[in-house]
Each structure stands twice: as structure tokens, then as C-alpha cells.
Design a protein around this ligand. Structure first.
Ligand SMILES: [Zn+2]
Length: 149
């Protein structure tokens, strides 16, 4: 179980790898939904999730394109907003992902994602959102957001 942890349908239109998302990891690892604190999601594409990017983009909505990687105006305003939030909070960039997807293709992209988010302890996946491995007790040290005390 090495390189097929992430499959192409886990690549969301925005360039996000749903395989590293908290809601996907909770779902695939059977983490119970504690009231509304844990969301379960099978991935944006498997769930046909109508996110705000799709709602805000006529090309995605009309299925003229299936990924922002096929768009000539990357990033649009909505994607730039999402990208900025992810870069600041999670040290991840949709725009960079899309660039990599365009240049290297899905297979290489997923292989690199595998390397980047592999748990050093057990080889499973470290979540981009909370830095946790859902298979063992590994917890990535999160970078300090700002110096508080
Ligand atoms: Zn682990």
C-alpha cells in the first residue's frame, strides 16, 4: 500500500488532493462523527460536491472544463482567495498543485503527494489540516502562526 493510496479521482477541480483532507481521512479511517465536529467526505469528485469554486465558475458548472488546471485564467479571484487561505493556514497551495498537475501529470503529482504527506512513523497519511496521522499517534509539529506569549 504505497503509491495507490491516492487515486486520480481524489484530485479535486481546484487542485486539492482530497486524500490529505481531514474529512476524507476521518471517513476512510472510521473516525466517529462527534456531533458535528468531525465531517465525513469521500472526496470532492466522488461526492460530486458543489463547492463555491464550481458555483462561481461558469466553465466548471457547464462542464466545459473538469479541473482548474484546464483553465487559462489561473488563478481566478475565487481560487486565489482559497489558495491564499491554504498557503497561510496549511502551508499548501492549490495553484502550485495545478501547475504541477499541468506540467507533470496526475500520476507524478500523486506520487509526490505521497512523499510529501507520508507519516514518518507508520507510512500512512499525515493530514494537511491538523497535522495528524489517523493510523498512529504521530502528530506533525505545526508551524507557529504568530508569537502569542
Ligand atoms: Zn502514522
Amino acid at each position: 500500500m504505497t503509491s495507490d493510496k491516492f487515486t486520480p479521482e481524489l484530485i479535486a477541480p481546484c487542485g486539492m488532493n482530497c486524500g490529505i483532507c481531514k474529512a476524507y481521512l476521518a471517513y476512510t479511517h472510521g473516525i466517529p462523527r462527534e456531533r458535528d465536529r468531525v465531517t465525513h467526505c469521500a472526496g470532492c469528485i466522488p461526492r460530486a460536491k458543489n463547492c463555491y469554486l464550481i458555483r462561481g465558475c461558469p466553465k466548471l458548472r457547464k462542464h466545459e472544463i473538469s479541473s482548474c488546471a484546464q483553465c487559462v485564467t489561473v488563478p481566478c479571484k475565487n481560487l486565489a482567495h482559497l489558495d491564499k487561505r491554504y498557503r497561510e493556514r496549511y502551508d499548501m497551495s492549490m495553484v502550485e498543485n495545478l501547475r504541477e498537475l499541468k506540467i507533470k501529470g496526475k500520476e507524478t503529482f500523486l506520487k509526490n503527494q505521497q512523499e510529501k504527506y507520508r507519516c514518518p512513523n507508520c507510512g500512512d497519511v499525515v493530514c494537511v489540516h491538523d497535522g495528524n496521522c489517523y493510523s498512529c499517534s504521530y502528530r506533525r509539529e505545526t508551524k507557529p502562526i504568530k508569537s502569542a506569549e
